[in-house]
Every structure is written in C-alpha cells, then in structure tokens.
Design a protein around this ligand. Structure first.
Ligand code: FES
Length: 273
C-alpha cells in the first residue's frame, strides 16, 4: 500500500466496508496470451475482500486534473486474495479499450482503488451435500480461481474453463491446477457435457460474460440444480448509489451491491431448456 494515501473507509448509504486507497503494483505478469495479472500490495483490502467481490481500479488517463485524483475507475474481480501476504491480484484483457494504459503498469506503479465491493461467493457457508462445478469464461475464470482458493467446503470440486487464451486466462497460471485438475473446453456445450459426466447433479457456480452466464443459468435451472452466477454489468459509482447497474435483472437489485454474485433465477432473460 502506498503510504502517502490515507485510508478512507467508505460511507455509502448502505455500506461502510470499502476502502479508497492507493496501492503499489508488486508484480505484473502474463497469465496466458492476451491476459495480464497485476499483484497489488494492499494489506487492509486483503483482509476484507472475498472471492466474487470486485474492486474499482483508477485510470490516470481520465483524471480531470493532470496531477489530481483519478475519477474514472474500471471494475475487476479479485483473481486472488492473500491476507497473509497483504496482497490481492486482478487480471485484465490486454485487448480491452482501457488496457493500453494498464499494460504499462509495472512493479512500483501506484494506482488508486476502491474496494472490496459487492457480494461474493458463499465460500465459507455451511457445505452443501452436492459436489460443486465451477464453470467460467474470460474474466470469470479469474473470479472462480479466487473462489476455489477461498473455498472452505470439504466436497468434490471441479473447474471448467471455456476457451483457451486469449479467450480466457490460463487457469494454471492463476494457480488453479495446484489445487485441482482444471478442464479447459473449447465450448460451453463441451464443458457442460464433461461436467455432467464427472459430477452429475452438481451445484454450479458460473462466471463470465452475460450471454455465457445466462446460458449456464438456463441449463442448470432446467436440470433443477442450484446455481450462482456472476454478473458483468456497466459499473459507475460501484457503491449502490447511482442505480446504473440494474440492467442485468428486473430492476430491483444492483449488480454492485446485491451482486455481482447472484442466484441464477435473478437473471433477466434466462432460458430454460
Ligand atoms: S454502479 Fe452505481 S448503483 Fe451500482
């Protein structure tokens, strides 16, 4: 964490749990073709963050004043959380519109962040009886890697990544394969079929682009399975105040507060087979 920046606890109408701090990049490395990981020294954040939550990462390019505070921030899921090391990490797609700036961030770069935000996966909840399938694509693979690392459940778990780099980051480089065998499938259809054979009736946690999670939600609910999904929606304030992130559902819940991890039934337009 950068010492010059004071810790400012959040004071949104509904939450005082987030921090607005500046962090130093401790490491920048590739996690598959087209994907970059940034490890941030963030000791206070690392003790509060949970898998499935996200943080807003500042962009100096949009600062209203050349030397002033950043004000436009991009949302990223936590790819890893280590209270012991006092670090968190995020990954980003190097082809994304904002990545031209982030690609230059290296060890020592300072960046302002807000987090942790939203509700994450129930990694510490009472374990359910059913095995658990994690299925993700794109940024969702990073969110699920953090979920896997944070799981307190003592039940069978498998992770399926849809799309090799550059579609999705490499799960092995995110540390997944040190814990379980990860299956990389070319399509959701293939991943679903392999998951059904390996773990029939499993609970499903899905993370990825909206059309991907909607497809998984429809399949899981159609088979009567419990299913949680992440939501990727436009984020403005990130703290529940602007109501700009309600488009993924029926307008009664906010991606940044009640999400981004929500029951599959909450998604708008979920198709059941
Ligand atoms: S981004 Fe403002 S309420 Fe969610």
């Amino acid at each position: 964490m950068v010492s010059r920046a004071a810790t400012r606890p959040g004071r949104s109408p509904s939450d005082a749990g987030w921090l607005f701090e500046a962090y130093r990049v401790a490491d920048a490395s590739t996690v598959g073709a087209g994907w970059q990981r940034l490890v941030l020294d963030a000791p206070a954040l690392a003790t509060r963050a949970a898998p499935g939550q996200f943080m807003l990462v500042g962009s100096a390019a949009f600062s209203p004043r050349a030397s002033g505070p950043d004000y436009l921030k991009h949302p990223f899921f936590f790819a890893s959380i280590s209270p012991e090391a006092g670090q968190v990490s995020i990954v980003f797609d190097r082809s994304a519109p904002f990545a031209w700036e982030m690609a230059d961030w290296a060890t020592g770069t300072e960046v302002e962040c807000i987090g942790p935000l939203g509700k994450g996966f129930p990694v510490t909840a009472e374990p359910a009886a059913a095995p658990l399938v994690l299925i993700g694509s794109g940024y969702g693979v990073a969110a699920l890697a953090a979920a896997l690392a944070g799981l307190h459940h003592d039940r069978p778990v498998a992770l399926f990544s849809v799309g090799a780099p550059p579609v999705s980051p490499d799960p092995g480089l995110l540390g997944v394969t040190s814990r379980i065998t990860c299956h990389v499938a070319g399509t959701l259809e293939q991943a679903w079929r392999e998951a059904a054979e390996a773990m029939p009736g499993a609970e499903v946690w899905a993370a990825g682009p909206q059309d991907f999670t909607q497809e998984v939600a429809g399949r899981a609910l159609g088979e009567g399975r419990r299913c949680l999904v992440t939501v990727e929606a436009p984020i403005a304030c990130g703290v529940g105040a602007c109501l700009g992130c309600t488009s993924a559902g029926d307008g009664t819940w906010r991606t940044c507060r009640e999400g981004p991890v929500v029951p599959a039934e909450w998604l708008k337009g979920v198709k059941r087979p």
